[in-house]
Design a protein around this ligand. Structure first.
Ligand SMILES: [Ca+2]
Ligand SMILES: [Ca+2]
Length: 356
């Protein structure tokens, strides 16, 4: 075969490959999805949140923790200030955020909080807040103890481990133990982008305790939010680029069995679980193409999805809220509490709504 023929074949193969990859990326990012409006009553922007509340979780007594000011590589960050944890009491007549002071040996200037999880010690009622932190772009988990009367966090411990290399979210299951998701397999920026380009499902869930650290589940094309059922028997993990929630059963802390996957039709980020009904509440990105582009003139929208009866044969998946980006951009979490819903975003505002 002549050189020209070989070159032509290579060019055709390359064109076919690029076309196929572009088609796959369009599907993964749901770039075709039109953004819609499906509003809840009495929604108001939460005053003081301008640079994201990527993750939110709410205690049984109505006190919400908000992880704010995330600087995530590749996404805009409009503030130079370090990230902060705020509280907001949903039982107040007019809930407003309060900044938590941080005590102990902790570098507040490089604080870059991402996913959070609360653990309450049965023995003494002590409240621990676990926070994924990315100082200088690294990944580590901070454990704080929360002191309600002082509205303060006392830093207890920083956990670093080579398996915790690209942590997105965590769920605490003991005073020093947790499950964590990695949203990338590689740590190098160029290789990271190839993961999506080649659709490599190599991300995992890691279990950590002072005695053992190991990968307990894999096969995710970016593992994002993670949470646990109220009876502590099942883990829910967002396989975000596959538009699915994976359900895992905890056999032993280091042994999980795959139960099922539930299609959500959106790129769902963090997962909150209603402690009474067991329903899953998901903050989702309806069109991740727009989310990654970050064009202020064509903003990404927001979507909240609820899954009821997830363990049954027919889980019910419903859209609770959606916005075309005119109210909030890039919703990453939805946390319900007694008829109210808090919606947080990766790098923009946060909303409080009534559910009825
Ligand atoms: Ca979380
Ligand atoms: Ca997340």
């Amino acid at each position: 075969m002549g050189k020209l023929a070989v070159l032509s074949l290579v060019a055709v193969a390359l064109a076919v490959f690029i076309g196929e990859r572009l088609g796959t990326l369009r599907h993964l990012t749901l770039s075709h999805r039109e953004l819609t409006k499906n509003y809840l009553p009495n929604c108001q922007l939460i005053k003081g949140i301008e640079f994201g509340a990527e993750d939110i979780t709410i205690l049984e007594d109505g006190l919400a923790f908000l992880s704010t000011g995330l600087k995530y590589p590749g996404l805009p960050s409009y503030s130079e200030d370090p990230g902060k944890i705020y509280t907001l009491n949903l039982l107040d007549f007019k809930p407003k955020i309060e900044s938590l002071s941080v005590k102990g040996d902790f570098d507040k200037d490089s604080f870059n909080p991402h996913g959070i999880s609360v653990y309450i010690d049965d023995k003494d009622g002590a409240i621990y807040l676990f926070v994924v932190n990315h100082p200088q772009g690294k990944s580590q988990v901070e454990i704080f103890r929360f002191f309600d009367h002082e509205n303060a966090l006392k830093h207890i411990k920083t956990i670093k481990h080579e398996l915790l290399h690209s942590v997105n979210d965590i769920v605490a299951v003991g005073t020093e133990s947790f499950y964590a998701t990695n949203d990338h397999y590689f740590t190098n920026d160029i290789l990271k982008s190839l993961e999506l380009l080649f659709s490599l499902p190599w991300c995992d869930v890691v279990y950590y305790s002072p005695e053992t650290v190991q990968v307990v589940a894999g096969g995710f094309l970016s593992a994002n939010g993670i949470n646990i059922s109220p009876n502590k028997r099942h883990l829910y993990v967002s396989n975000i680029m596959k538009h699915k929630i994976t359900v895992l059963e905890i056999q032993k802390t280091t042994e999980l069995s795959h139960v099922k996957e539930v299609d959500v039709g959106s790129l769902c980020d963090n997962i909150e679980v209603d402690r009474e009904s067991g329903d899953l509440w998901l903050g989702c990105h309806p069109n991740a193409f727009k989310f990654f582009l970050c064009d202020p003139n064509d903003p990404a929208g927001s979507e909240v999805i609820k899954i009821e009866n997830i363990l049954s044969e027919k889980p019910r998946v419903t859209q609770v809220y959606s916005d075309d980006g005119s109210v909030i951009i890039g919703s990453s979490v939805a946390a319900p509490y007694r008829g109210k819903l808090l919606i947080g975003t990766v790098y923009q505002k946060a909303l409080i709504c009534d559910l009825k």
